[in-house]
Design a protein around this ligand. Structure first.
Ligand SMILES: [Zn+2]
Ligand SMILES: [Zn+2]
Length: 286
């Protein structure tokens, strides 16, 4: 198995998005003036396995408009075709696309892909809801032309700390797991690499590893409690399996993939590097 970090430009996020107040100001702060972060990557991921090439999310496009809490920096050259060329991959080889959720910085690159596109059925229903459609109109963030992914259902097969998990590969080494919070039907994709590590392509489950350890819900999710429960579950999974945790916008995600950095399973503790050739033994956390 080979996992490639692709990058389709960057986004600067308002502090009120990354570090929201609690209570009624949680979402209000998104629309008030305030400072922005340094540019953070807009990653998507290509996974070569069993003769297939899975694309997890499709990145952003240069046509994206800034919104009140996110400023995008994407050139035509940084869109999916350029990102594929930089990785030495061919877009025509993509066998299918799996979406973590329906936000533009994860789906706008679909215009470059011919392969079938899969999305969790809960997320697709959410994307089609009146409130989501109104928000997209308000923020001038339309779904890409022809957006019509096939839906899949999370079944009752447990996987690690997750109660449900449809496999995405015949050998079960690539699975989708539910990580609701940022959106109601958000999923993450876990790939068991050749060393047995669980490489978690986490989409926007959090924006950073720091947010995971802080157990902090973001400002846009509809229910912060659901979001925090998901973060606790991800950490519980990290306690069971050596996990490389890769949010789409974490400035450290590409380095953690390259270095196979295993995350600590404890809340509010910094990540650590694991040079141990037997990573399963390196995460003996009870
Ligand atoms: Zn998102
Ligand atoms: Zn995103």
């Amino acid at each position: 198995m080979q996992i490639h970090a692709l990058m389709t430009g960057t986004v600067s996020l308002k502090h009120a998005f990354l570090f929201p107040d609690s209570g009624p100001r949680r979402q209000l702060g998104l629309f008030l003036p305030g400072p922005f972060s340094e540019p953070m990557p807009i990653h998507c991921w290509a996974v070569e396995h069993e003769g297939r090439l899975l694309l997890i999310d499709s990145g952003e496009s240069a046509a994206v408009r800034d919104i009140a809490f996110a400023h995008f920096h994407v050139t035509r050259e940084q869109e999916l075709p350029g990102a594929f060329a930089a990785a030495g991959l061919a877009l025509d080889d993509v066998s299918e696309v799996v979406l973590t959720h329906h936000h533009g910085d994860h789906v706008d690159g679909l215009v470059h892909v011919q392969a079938p596109v899969l999305i969790n059925d809960v997320e697709q229903r959410h994307a089609a809801s009146v409130s989501s459609r109104a928000m997209r109109r308000l923020l001038r963030q339309p779904l890409p032309r022809g957006f019509a992914p096939q839906t899949f259902t999370l079944d009752d097969r447990p996987f690690g700390a997750f109660a449900r998990s449809p496999p995405l590969s015949d050998d079960g080494r690539i699975v989708a797991v539910p990580t609701p919070g940022h959106t109601p039907g958000h999923i993450s994709v876990i790939c068991i690499d050749d060393s047995g590590r669980h490489v978690m392509l986490a989409g926007d489950a959090t924006d950073t590893l720091e947010q995971l350890h802080a157990l902090r819900a973001d400002a846009v999710g509809p229910d912060p409690k659901v979001h925090v429960q998901t973060l606790e579950r991800i950490l519980a999974h990290c306690a069971q399996h050596p996990t490389v945790y890769l949010p789409s916008h974490d400035i450290q995600s590409a380095a953690r993939l390259a270095d196979a950095t295993i995350v600590s399973a404890a809340a509010n503790q910094p990540a650590r590097h694991s040079p141990d050739p037997h990573p399963a033994a390196a995460v003996a956390v009870s």
